[in-house]
Design a protein around this ligand. Sequence first.
Ligand SMILES: *Cc1c(COP(=O)(O)O)cnc(C)c1O
Length: 376
Amino acid sequence: MSNLRGAYVDLAVIRENVKVLHDLAKNSEVMAVVKADAYGHGLIPVAKAARQGGASWLGTALLEEAILLRKSGDKGRILTWLGYPQDKWQECIDLDIDVSVSSIDIASEVIAAAKKIGKTAKVHIKVDTGLGRNGVMPQDLADLTKVLEEATAIGLVEVIAVWTHFALADAPSSPTIVKQLEVLDESFKFVQSRGFKNLMKHAANSAATLTAPHTHFDLVRPGIAVYGITPGGEVGKASQYGLAPAMSLKATATLVKEVPAGHGISYGAEYVTTTDTKIALIPLGYADGIPRIAGNKGPVVAQGKKFKVAGRVCMDQFVIDIGQLDFSTGDEVVLFGDPAKNEPDVEEWAQASQSIGYEIVTRLGPRVPRIYLNEI
Ligand SMILES: *Cc1c(COP(=O)(O)O)cnc(C)c1O
């Protein structure tokens, strides 16, 4: 039985992608990044599959994502990096979740939380080596380190790592990578010089994991590659690296009918039929995360043939003009999936939407059920 619509997530593919990434970064640990509900694929099932594929770490942006993971029964290392002052620091420390610190304000919150519950907080010092986003500026690192030194001395903190994030890792030839690595190296040596032992260093996101082995260090942090999607830019196709897309977005036509030539299709009649033809109504719309900007552009495969969205994407539905295709109400279409199976690449939707694959998968709404294949 097919569903009205569904994002089919193949967990065997997640396991295999993590394995491929680990093979690429043989001497490093792998942290599968599962923020934003595992890039729209579903946090808990993906996390489980990533562990089975060899991820010794999981990474999340929000503290509550990390807490959900731990409460799901995950027993491995987890790092979370986007907390705010009143955040759930106590709960994270209590659940043995590693936290990231980019400022004295946050360090103070973490230390106070550790003191309150009488446990040691595992801290990764994030340095802004050039991204201009999160992370402590290099000139403020000494002051932050001092605060952490004092807390370490009384057992409230254990500094685990010095880490950073790249600004332009989808462009491996960019000189900014060299510059960021220099700053990371100096920061790392500085923290080491303050007496911290067994520090880890980590920097690589998907693009750097795939293309820049000299950035792998102790740990790589791929996100989008885990899902078999390219980070874009100079990186090229995910399939070049042996990665396959885990998600296929499919829907069942709710209506197929004949319309005459010259018939406007969907709001605003931005598409007009040129011949007598058949149209199919596809029950996915912008409320489900289908970008409205992809009207007249987004690719859709029906019976192995590729069509485009005809006219505007509506809230709950859009239309395709299928000509004389042998296709009926109740038949299935594929919006994106595995190009190796003649399904459109999520990248085609990204291009049709002036966006990136990341946004296409993470924006899929809660009305689209995630259906898991090959769960073990
Ligand atoms: C999202 C994120 C990643 C993963 O990035 P990808 O480009 O999806 O591989 C790694 N590290 C940090 C800090 C992130 O925020």
